[in-house]
Design a protein around this ligand. Sequence first.
Ligand code: ATP
Length: 233
Amino acid sequence: MTALLEVTNLEAWYGESQALHGVDLKVGEGEMITILGRNGVGKTTTLRTIMGMIRNRKGSIRLAGKDMLSVPLHKTAKHGIGFVPEERGIFATLTVEENLMLPPVVAAGGMDLDEIYELFPNLLERRTSPGTKLSGGEQQMLAMARILRTGIKVLLLDEPTEGLAPVIVQRIGEVLQKLKGRGMTVVLVEQNFRFAAKITDRFYLMDHGQMVGDFPVSDLPNRMGELNKVLGV
Ligand code: ATP
């Protein structure tokens, strides 16, 4: 497989404290991978380090072969990588549509407002509501929608289903299926592996700042022992 995003031996630090101890992962164009692991093993840090939010890093990050380690955070999106953090980052005083229009378009191929509202009809209904009035599920949809406008090629998505009702989780699953249909490449961090199993192509298991296993979703039934060990259940 030729990787669109290839991370090799990635290390990262918060001050003196090393959080990533040599992360390796590869994502093909149009592929969705899911990183699973217990709290605190470095899943969020992996996404933040790829994005360039953590500058104290070494190793290799390549996007379509291009070195991303030397690219500053404010230019990462221009190269085609977008990040939806767990905390979603919706501006409370701005309306849904103002939030949507906020990030600059970095490349052709992003969704226009009509396509976004078709994919997220609830955002159309709420387009003049301020961020403060949105439910958790609406905030998550808005955070995803906002980044899809920009034309990024790789979506880094941190626990999109966290704290949401099952019906909303299902909606997010449908949205991710549609994005796959459009050829989006996705790196998903999820606690809910049953949800991820419905949409992901492959899993990566993470422990102590490293990937300790990876396998296609079809192999999940054979890997439950390994998975339970990594998840500590
Ligand atoms: P969670 O699901 O709880 O977010 P995670 O697997 O995403 O877990 P990270 O948030 O990446 O884990 O954390 C990895 C390690 O880095 C943990 O030991 C955590 O305490 C530490 N860490 C995370 N953020 C910071 C920070 N801002 N400053 C210092 N240490 C941090």
